[in-house]
Design a protein around this ligand. Structure first.
Ligand code: PLP
Length: 386
């Protein structure tokens, strides 16, 4: 572990910051401000205030009695990120970073978005904090996600359709970084997952760790002991790293990240540099990032957070895949048995819980991080099941 502490921003060989010098300077300043404020009592108090009064935390750790009975094995608990304002975990990180932006004197927040979920969370919080908000989105994605574009505009954000390159997420990130380099004096770049150059993975983990801070306290209250396993779906890795954070040093707790079998970054990836940091990446034969596919838009990313890459190669966490059919079954079974419609992303973790529960026996305890609610996915599933 000593290596990580020696070299800031590295998790074993992964992480770091591989960006042009002018951007490096901006990131170093950001990093210094993050470390200055993250444990400042006033900052922490303000962060907790907005989590309580705006996001609606703490959210419950619900015992899912009926699927536990149905799937026959370990007790399954659901950490209810689906009950947050805006319906997912992303808002935890957005609130934290906006408070930092305010401390740094920024008047303007910019962000990238793929499917639109991070853009909507950012636009929401910018409305509440009275910040100007610009969201960069690939032109291709703005067409596929027209309703999310309208949602962001409704919340007062300006959505810029990026036509460069393939007009997808990567190009939106590049445009946002260009904007940051030009306007760093009054602008804060609010990154949406535990990816990107230092300090973003560390910062996003910090603000998402609230998930396991709460779940650990809650499971000890309910069961008097730690769980046997914590499960979370993995896109860039922010809900998973938040769900794992307070258990990483508890060696009795298995940490299991669940990926779509067609975007199995951790299961099949190799060490490489993508978007300014080193992680496991899915590459094609030419050594370029391989196109991924997932029925869950939020999991469709060829890279992965550097800490997950490290947890994978050291064996501290396990990473597994599930198929689309298993995900669709889990989506329907949880809805039917518990009256909770999970996001398609979260349904990956639920699908794996179904396989894991019988192997642990009735004395086992599993926590599934329910990263978001599935209302956004109902229409898509309707068409898939027709
Ligand atoms: C965005 C999203 C994800 C994937 O992102 P991570 O950074 O891997 O957490 C998972 N679940 C939901 C509901 C999302 O909106």
């Amino acid at each position: 572990m000593s290596q990580e502490t020696v070299q800031e921003g590295y998790f074993g060989e992964f992480g770091g910051s591989f960006v042009p010098p002018e951007l490096q300077e901006v990131l170093e300043y950001l990093s210094s401000q993050f470390y200055k404020f993250k444990d400042d009592p006033e900052f922490v108090e303000e962060y907790k205030y907005y989590l309580r009064e705006y996001v609606g935390r703490e959210n419950p750790l619900t015992y899912a009695e009926r699927i536990t009975e149905k799937w026959g094995g370990a007790k399954i608990y659901l950490k209810r990120e689906d009950l947050n304002h805006t319906g997912a975990h992303k808002i935890n990180n957005v609130v934290g970073q906006i408070l930092l932006a305010k401390r740094m004197g920024a008047k303007r927040v910019i962000a990238e978005t793929g499917a639109g979920q991070h853009g909507v969370a950012t636009a929401t919080a910018c409305a509440m904090f009275g910040m100007d908000c610009v969201i960069y989105m690939g032109a291709e994605d703005t067409r596929r996600q027209a309703l999310n574009v309208f949602r962001m505009e409704l919340l007062g954000a300006k959505v810029v359709a990026v036509t460069k390159g393939q007009a997808r997420l990567k190009d939106a990130v590049d445009e946002a970084l260009n904007d940051l380099v030009q306007n760093y004096k009054n602008t804060f770049y609010l990154l949406g997952s535990a990816v990107g150059p230092h300090p973003f993975p560390t910062m996003v983990k910090h603000f998402q760790s609230i998930v396991s801070e709460e779940s650990k306290r809650q499971i000890l209250e309910k069961e008097g002991r730690l769980p046997d396993a914590v499960l979370a779906c993995v896109g860039g890795g922010s809900n998973a790293i938040g769900a794992f954070a307070h258990y990483i040093d508890e060696s009795s707790v298995r940490l299991i990240g669940v990926e779509p079998d067609q975007a199995a970054t951790l299961t099949e990836g190799v060490p490489s540099i993508i978007h300014g940091f080193k992680c496991l990446v899915l590459l094609d034969e030419q050594g370029n990032p391989r196109p991924t596919y997932s029925i869950a838009a939020g999991l469709d990313y060829p890279g992965i957070g550097p800490e997950h890459s490290h947890l994978k190669v050291t064996g501290r966490a396990e990473y597994v895949t599930v198929t689309n059919d298993e995900v669709l079954a889990a989506f329907q079974e949880l809805s039917r048995a518990e009256g909770i419609i999970p996001a398609l992303e979260s349904s990956h973790a639920v699908a794996y819980a179904k396989k894991l529960a019988p192997t642990l026996g009735k004395d086992g305890i599993i926590i599934v991080n329910l990263s978001g609610r599935g209302d956004k996915d109902v229409e898509q599933v309707f068409h898939m099941l027709k």
